[in-house]
Design a protein around this ligand. Structure first.
Ligand code: PLP
Length: 411
């Protein structure tokens, strides 16, 4: 093992590819999440929200497992159709769509789409009058990490007007959707939302619709999923009993991919923290004393820190170019920085890491699959980190660590 590392280290001197940051995607983990979903929410057909991570192998895997897809744009619809998914397995779940995208959807046979305002109804009546419409209602997202209700969702008070307008335009509204906000750890939010959807179903019936679809959106987290699912399942059985025959779908994103992707980054520079800016003081004891610079940052994969409120947890994959450095490796408060010239490019401002990391050592990050790669830019000319694939066996962190290690050793 040691000679392989030495080989890699000498190969990496000046070799751009050898030092590039990279993801390892454990597709086995995506499969396990799907199995967990089916076990815990057997009534709910997942339509994977591809915005979260449009990785081609994840899409193909989920397509082969029978999932549907939630698309936000024409680009996402094209991507899903290009892998052979039938248009009927797509919901165009963006309540405010450009006219040209509605036309494209119509031409491609994508009929299911959401709305939450009157103008959208008029656009759809003009361009795609045979669409199958789903009214997105507003629900309580106050406890979610990323709130979506500020932008989307019709209040229950506005539902009669919206459905009345749809009726007068001879539009086919087939059901109700909601999204409790992305990163929702509060199962009661789902329960409350399902209750509101039930009220909207009744309003629809009074207006002359017979809804057949309930879309319970995304927001599901892997942590605590079983408990959330138990409450969701109970609420579904209470408000939408099986014998009523309502088809229930959802739009999970991060649940499927967050913990399937890990990122390995290379230490490209390091500096001691000598003084605070503008003073001659040395750093306080509890402040970071070493600054590590790595080759991916907040303008790249770590955009999740800015856009998705994520906190990332670095760990040393190698110390002084060796795996398994032993227990007596000294640890210090460190800060971890991305590679661009911008001061905002800080990945973690204070974290305990081995103080002996050298240039060329590797720092790993778990849970990097959701809202990372999809929004990465090439600011300052840094390329996005590539993805390598494995299929671990489920013991997530161990499998991913093993995969990272195997990948490093095989190069
Ligand atoms: N559906 C819609 C309409 C969304 O906007 C989002 C996320 O923003 C999702 C689904 C996926 O949410 P999550 O990744 O929290 O499951």
């Amino acid at each position: 093992m040691h000679h392989l590392i030495r080989e890699r280290q000498s190969a990496s001197d000046g070799d751009v590819d050898a030092e590039k940051a990279f993801f390892v995607a454990d597709l086995g983990n995506v499969w396990l999440q799907h199995m967990k979903w089916k076990r815990c929410l057997p009534r709910v057909q997942p339509f994977y929200a591809i915005k979260c991570n449009p990785d081609p192998y994840v899409l193909r895997l989920l397509a082969s497992l029978g999932a549907g897809f939630d698309c936000a744009s024409y680009g996402e619809i094209s991507r899903v159709l290009s892998i052979g998914v039938e248009p009927s397995r797509i919901i165009f779940a963006n309540p405010c769509k450009p006219v040209s995208f509605i036309r494209n959807a119509s031409q491609l046979g994508v009929d299911m789409m959401t709305f939450d305002n009157v103008d959208e109804l008029h656009k759809i009546a003009r361009i795609h009058p045979t669409a199958q419409l789903v009214l997105r209602i507003l629900t309580d997202d106050s406890k979610s990490v990323c709130r979506l209700g500020l932008k989307f969702g019709a209040t229950l008070a506005s539902v009669p007007l919206l459905l009345g307008t749809a009726k007068s335009l001879h539009l086919n509204v087939i059901g109700i959707s909601f999204h409790v906000g992305s990163g929702c750890y509060d199962a009661d939010a789902f329960m409350d939302a399902i209750g509101r959807a039930h009220i909207a179903f009744n309003i629809g019936r009074d207006i002359g619709y017979r809804f057949e679809l309930l879309d319970i959106g995304g927001g599901f987290e892997s942590r605590g999923f079983e408990e959330t699912a138990t409450i969701v399942d109970r609420a579904l059985n209470e408000y939408f009993p099986v014998e009523e025959g309502v088809h229930i779908i959802s739009e999970p994103g991060r649940f499927y991919v967050a913990n399937a992707f890990s990122l390995a980054t290379n230490v490209i520079a390091r500096r001691p923290v000598l003084s605070k800016p503008g003073t001659a003081d040395s750093a306080d004891e509890d402040e970071a004393s070493i600054m590590y610079y790595i080759n991916d940052g907040v303008y790249g994969s770590f955009n999740c820190i800015l856009f998705d409120h994520q906190i990332v947890h670095p760990y040393a994959l190698t110390v002084n170019h060796q795996f398994n450095p032993g227990d007596n490796c000294a640890v210090a408060n460190c800060s971890v920085w991305g590679p661009t010239c911008d001061g905002i490019d800080c990945v973690n401002s204070r974290v305990a890491l081995p103080s002996g990391l050298k240039i060329g050592d590797w720092i790993g990050f778990g849970d990097m699959g959701a809202y990372t790669i999809c929004a990465a830019s090439q600011f300052n000319g840094f390329q996005e980190s590539a993805v390598h694939y494995c299929s671990g066996t489920g013991e997530r962190s161990r499998a991913v660590r093993r995969a990272l290690k195997n990948y490093l050793l095989s190069k």
